[in-house]
Design a binder for this molecule. Sequence first.
Ligand code: 4HU
Length: 421
Amino acid sequence: MNLSPPRGTRDVFPEDLRLRAWLFGHFRQVGRLFGFEEYDAPVVESADLYVRKAGEEIVDQLYVFQDKSGRELALRPEMTPSLARMILQRAGSLPLPVKWFSLPQCWRYERMTRGRTREHYQWNMDIIGVDDVTAEAELLAALVTFFRGVGLTQDNIQIRISNRRLLQAVLAAAGIGDDLLAPVCVLVDKLEKVSRDAVEAELAELGVDAAAIDSVLEVASCNTLEDAAKLAGEGDNGLDEIGRLLDLASQYGIAEWLQFDASLVRGLAYYTGIVFEAKAITGDLHRAICGGGRYDRLLSTFGGKDLPACGFGFGDPVILEILKDLDLLPTLPRGIDDVVFAFEASLRGPAQDVANRLRNAGRSVDLVLEDGKRMKWAFRHADNVGASRIVLLAPDEWAKGVVKVRDLASGKETEVSPADL
Ligand code: 4HU
């Protein structure tokens, strides 16, 4: 029997789960601080929920299978399509805007895993029904609140922002229709991994001519809002939204975390406007931590009426590695309050009663279940589990109607009647 979990998956031992719960606690706390409600959806969805034709990696790596009745199912690679499905179910009756967050496990199937995981937990926050960058500003403020909450600073993290409408304007000026925006963005996103020649070849295959390819790649490589404005020309190019978003960010006190970067487009097909991504800028890991953007036309791809929407996804493995590298992970105790130990088997019944009393009072009790253990063993055990007290039932004390309580931090011992524990 191979004792490893399936390739790309992670076993979660208790000490790891404590850390995960700590991380999720921060995610949930930010959701609460910003007035978002938590929701969930099935981890298995119909595979056609993810059928999109823009060549996205997330669709190429879909974890698909047939169930016993031949239905094509997929392990969700992301939460947004499930969210869209749920919003459409209640379209008409849901008060808008919707502000929801979730912590779904998401899956991908890469043939070569190169030590990367095939699953992660991805914190999602979404706002449906707000047609203004006030929504993106709120999401970015939530992200920064999280980063600050776990001890990260603007020296550790950079959040890049851009607007797909910039590329849209460049394509329009070259006579290229909006239908090519999504596949062009997906290709431009691959410039970080794939050679420029390969991207150019694929753009040409899409029907983008050489001059337009040059314009697209020139805009994608410019560094300032001013340069981007020059290249995009006058008119509606989305840069006004970036400007307004940066103004709103100043009011939130998060402007220093943000930076305009025209090369950012993100790899998901459905983004239509502002896009953003955070990465660590200290330590060895410069991988993306999270990303998001506006997706105003997703609902109509599922046959519904569109609603303005934006959101982000934030996976657990990268942030955990970054926090570990920066020594920002806490050492979390097991949280046991009392170890209850009976000196001899005859005192097991009273020990159970003492444990009951403590548990009824809300204390976390580790009752020693084995007979014949020695005192020394019980103390070592209490130390190992990080208990704050050990409650001893010994024959002489029990005859007097008391138990011995030792405070393990101070070493102080007292005799207490069970009713006063
Ligand atoms: C992705 C999607 C699902 C699961 C994992 Br791990 N990664 C892409 O970011």
